[in-house]
Design a protein. Structure first.
Length: 407
């Protein structure tokens, strides 16, 4: 889809200034340098997908979500997962969940904050939602300021193209294969996803590259998409078990770090984004999370598909998104909040078709909308820190760190 030398991570991609401030066997934590004289009190921790690298949130300048949020005064941290191999076969949901908990604690400690927010994408959103439920069960939810879930499916009702390709026997064979190897190869998973849209993602390139002898154009999203990572066998098994049983839609059907997961206990404000043309995580499936999460849920339907819906810079003239009718600006209380005084489900009816039927289209990118919403939940402002890190979290390599370079 794109030449392997079309881009270089750290040069052209993932260039927002920052430094690694914590490194464990499973992940690095990157803190980004403030770009404004004053910053919001509560930091934001980005939890990327576990099957791809984190720099989907830090693409080229002007197309980087991290760059944009930093420019709006947010204190941004990002987890960069290690590319696992057979040695890490036993890393499951608990291992990744603990890494998220540790990242939140580190960010709060570095910023001297009582709370931190999560911004999680796709499979990272599954892990983060379970962590939030764990915090709710253990009395730690007051440390979570807000929860963002991008193109994340929590209720895995068996429907759509992906479900048609999977059953218990197929799943058992897949789990056995990854257990034997110790990991699931990210390239194999990318091929499966590509065959869900063969005209766009297979035959288009076969004609252009092979029949016509042309070089594919350089495109940062496709370069990131090809820069796959492996998934530990235990995590692959855990994800499949959750998907086959739709365990997250059932209170206490699965655990995270010893806590039974009940998403209704996640009583914090949430901001959900889905893509209207997403073939991997259909927007209707993402919408069902509005019925699972406690607290006030803002649902936003973006244009484009699974990845392009996330890369939505404000200068995109084609950008637009849909929200519930009469929904206030990003920094105002959502309909159904305590401040609003209405039913908590007023803006999010159970049937996504009912939501879409009355949804209003807003011109422009959802990035400023989310930034404003996040700012209202980030504890006010203070002077920017003079340096990155803190005692016990001294800066190491500059961003984007070392783990993102692992192949």
């Amino acid at each position: 889809m794109v030449s392997p030398d079309a881009f270089e991570v750290g040069r052209g991609l993932a260039v927002t200034p920052g430094a690694v401030v914590r490194r464990t066997e499973i992940a690095e934590l990157i803190q980004y340098a403030p770009a404004t004289p004053r910053v919001h009190q509560f930091p934001l921790v980005i939890v990327p997908p576990v099957i791809n690298k984190f720099y989907i949130t830090d693409l080229a300048p002007g197309r980087s979500m991290i760059e944009y949020l930093v420019s709006q005064g947010h204190q941004v941290f990002a987890i960069s997962w290690r590319n696992p191999d057979a040695r890490h076969r036993d890393w499951g949901l608990d291992a990744y969940g603990q890494a998220v908990v540790d990242a939140l604690n580190a960010a709060r400690s570095i910023c001297g904050a009582t709370k931190a927010s999560i911004c999680a994408l796709c499979s990272g959103g599954i892990v983060s939602s379970m962590v939030a439920a764990h915090l709710g069960d253990t009395g730690g939810l007051e440390q979570l300021a807000s929860l963002y879930l991008g193109v994340t499916v929590l209720d895995h009702v068996q429907e759509g193209t992906v479900a048609a390709l999977a059953d218990e026997r197929t799943a058992a064979l897949a789990v056995a294969a990854s257990r034997a190897r110790g990991y699931l190869d990210g390239r194999a998973l990318a091929e499966v996803f590509a065959w869900l849209r063969p005209n766009d993602l297979i035959w288009n390139y076969w004609v252009n590259n092979y029949l016509q002898g042309r070089n594919p154009p350089p495109f940062d999203i496709l370069y990131w998409n090809a820069d796959t990572t492996r998934m530990p066998a235990a995590l692959h098994r855990d994800f499949i078990n959750i998907a086959l049983t739709s365990a997250l839609a059932k209170p206490d059907a699965v655990t995270m770090l010893g806590s039974p997961v009940d998403l209704a206990r996640v009583d914090v404000d949430s901001y959900l984004v889905a893509g209207i043309a997403d073939h991997l995580c259909p927007w209707q499936s993402c919408y069902r999370s509005t019925q699972l999460l406690g607290g006030d849920v803002r649902f936003v339907l973006s244009t484009s598909g699974h990845i392009a819906s996330m890369i939505n810079p404000p200068d995109n003239p084609k950008a637009r998104f849909q929200v519930a009718p009469g929904e206030p600006p990003g920094d105002a209380p959502a309909p159904g909040s305590a401040a609003d005084g209405h039913s908590a489900r007023a803006a999010n009816p159970p049937d996504p078709r009912d939501w879409l039927r009355v949804a209003e289209t807003v011109p422009g990118s959802w990035w400023p909308h989310y930034s404003s919403w996040l700012a209202a939940r980030s504890g006010g402002q203070k002077s920017r820190p003079r340096k990155l890190g803190a005692v016990g979290f001294e800066p190491m390599e500059p961003a984007p760190g070392l783990y993102v370079l692992d192949r």
